[in-house]
Write a protein that binds this ligand. Structure first.
Ligand code: MN
Ligand code: MN
Length: 320
């Protein structure tokens, strides 16, 4: 088996403190040939309803990723034995203007998606996911989705605006880019406006697991429920870093106490083997509120777990 073309430099030759910051120190090339996954920064935060500054998330996550090593001992997999990956850089956006930004994001992702490369978006606030789903559904049809988040993001509108980070998944269902029967939201918590906040996800056809339920059924139970929901079909992983407790991820826009510990978040993603991920994103990292890169490193490690799943998928397919 030939070695994958694009991979990080060997840190035993070139120490991690050196080099221009890309995700995992992957080559920054706008290539799609011989590429399995592409990291794509989406520096847009005009959809945010509370703190802003997630536009600086991509560069923070890249900086927080430099210590990542290529072997994932939980799966016994060396990612870059199975996958070629690049840091594609950032797509263009229009600060302050969400509709034109969506168009530019879709345009920027199109060559990646058309080439069959798996895009992994670094946000940006959660509103960007609608554009990613638009781009991917053009190839795959309506997608399943696993959303790890403190909030369902299915409100009808905010201050009369249809497109925000709190309304994004209602829009996605309305547009037909998500298949709600294959969507599950995990980690919702905190004070809400009313039970409607959760009921409307269910009315849209999605499953929703609150953080209290996560505590009751445990991670194994959650993973089982995700599998039943999302199995069989192209699926997107959308990981909002505010699902992690602000003690572990303070650098975010809409913090809710009582969330996942970092190890739980990583274990949850790690458990999602056997799912056909065609894309994913890590959103809502807001470095101005971060300390000692805690949030950025948590985010980078979650992305690494997603990439590891892709590698396991590839390895297992080859062995089948
Ligand atoms: Mn969200
Ligand atoms: Mn959230």
């Amino acid at each position: 088996m030939p070695m994958p073309r694009y991979r990080p430099p060997d840190a035993l030759e070139s120490p991690r403190i050196s080099g221009v910051r890309t995700f995992m120190r992957l080559p920054h090339v706008r290539a799609t040939e011989d590429v399995d996954f592409a990291i794509v920064g989406i520096p847009f935060d005009t959809g945010a309803s509370y703190r802003v500054g997630a536009r600086f998330g991509p560069q923070a996550i890249r900086a927080g990723s430099t210590l990542l090593r290529p072997f994932n001992p939980a799966h016994g997999v060396d990612v870059f034995e199975h996958l070629s990956g690049v840091d594609y850089g950032d797509v263009a956006v229009v600060p302050g203007a969400i509709v034109p930004s969506y168009e530019k994001i879709v345009e920027g992702l199109a060559p990646i998606v058309e080439a069959g490369v798996i895009p992994i978006g670094l946000g940006g606030d959660h509103s960007i996911t609608l554009a990613e789903l638009r781009a991917l559904s053009a190839r795959h049809g309506p997608l399943g989705m696993i959303q790890v988040d403190a909030h369902p993001d299915t409100w009808e509108g905010y201050w009369g605006e249809s497109y925000t980070h709190g309304t994004v998944f209602r829009r996605a269902v309305e547009e037909g880019v998500l298949d709600p029967d294959r969507v599950i939201q995990v980690g919702m918590r905190g004070p809400i406006y009313s039970f409607d906040d959760y009921d409307q996800s269910r009315e849209l056809g999605m499953d929703l697991v609150t953080m209290d339920e996560v505590r009751n059924i445990g991670l194994e139970g959650v993973i089982e429920r995700i599998r039943r929901r999302a199995a069989d079909g192209p699926t997107f992983l959308s990981f909002d870093i505010d699902s992690v407790d602000p003690a572990y991820a303070p650098g975010t826009g809409t913090p809710e106490v009582g969330g996942f510990a970092t190890h739980e978040a990583i274990s949850l993603v790690r458990g999602l083997t056997g799912i056909d991920f065609v894309g994913g994103d890590l959103v809502e990292v807001l470095p101005a509120y971060d300390h000692a890169e805690i949030t950025a490193m948590a985010a980078a490690n979650v992305v690494f777990e997603l990439i590891s799943l892709l590698a396991v998928h590839r390895r297992d397919a080859a062995n089948r």
